[in-house]
Design a protein around this ligand. Structure first.
Ligand code: FE2
Length: 226
């Protein structure tokens, strides 16, 4: 089942969809592109949210609104794109941000030079809560990491998430291709935010990689379903 593992399709949760109408149009576009299942991953920034519980309540509310407006909305799994910050692993209920029905948690690294505490936070989350970290758009940190640090990132005990747009960038494509070639665990996502500059783009993925490669991403997700 072709799955979009990273998306901002829930209305008015973050800088993604800004209305129920936009969410419905994004989902329709994904459907036309052959996507049968989406994981909604609204941003979670610890320093901005009152608590995980408050975030989850809002996420549930926005999801309910979307479902009420469009009963055809199905096969949406709820998750979060959790920004790594110092102390994140000590946040109460952090494990509840894992992708619904899986042991996967999508983690976004800071857009800043690599520092050891980032990896400590990732490890703490994995070990303390027995979760599998997923490094969001692993190819997007190139501006901040040197070659060695990028190589290290690929060696973490984690699933690597690839945004489809990586295949359209000369430098980022190299990382995406390396992950696939080395058979590292990966998940594809559109990271769609809207209907314009960051719209659903699975039609591009289908042009850039073979169907069996897309299937690997779908299968990996299924392996992590509990
Ligand atoms: Fe995202």
């Amino acid at each position: 089942m072709m799955t979009d593992c990273h998306s901002h399709i829930l209305p008015e949760m973050d800088d993604g969809s800004d209305s129920i109408e936009m969410s419905c149009s994004m989902l329709e576009l994904l459907r036309q592109q052959g996507v049968e299942r989406s994981i909604a991953t609204p941003h979670f920034y610890r320093h901005r949210e009152k608590s995980v519980a408050a975030y989850l309540e809002k996420r549930q509310r926005q999801f309910a609104k979307l479902k009420a407006a469009n009963p055809a909305v199905q096969n949406i799994f709820l998750g979060a794109e959790v920004a790594i910050e110092k102390g994140l692993s000590d946040t109460p209920d952090i494990e509840k941000l894992a992708i619904q029905g899986t042991d996967l948690i999508l983690l976004e690294l800071p857009y800043a030079p690599y520092q050891e505490w980032m990896e400590e936070e990732i490890d703490n989350i994995a070990i303390t809560y027995r979760l599998t970290p997923v490094i969001a758009h692993v190819h997007r940190y190139l501006n901040w990491y040197n070659r060695e640090q990028t190589a290290h990132l690929l060696q973490l005990d984690a699933v690597l998430q690839i945004n489809i747009e990586a295949f359209q960038s000369f430098s980022q494509k190299r990382i995406a291709k390396e992950v696939i070639k080395r058979e590292l665990p990966f998940l594809f996502g559109s990271d769609c935010h809207n209907l314009t500059d960051r719209k659903p783009n699975f039609e591009i993925l289908q042009k850039k990689v073979r169907p069996e490669i897309i299937e690997k991403s779908n299968r990996l997700l299924e392996c992590h379903m509990q």
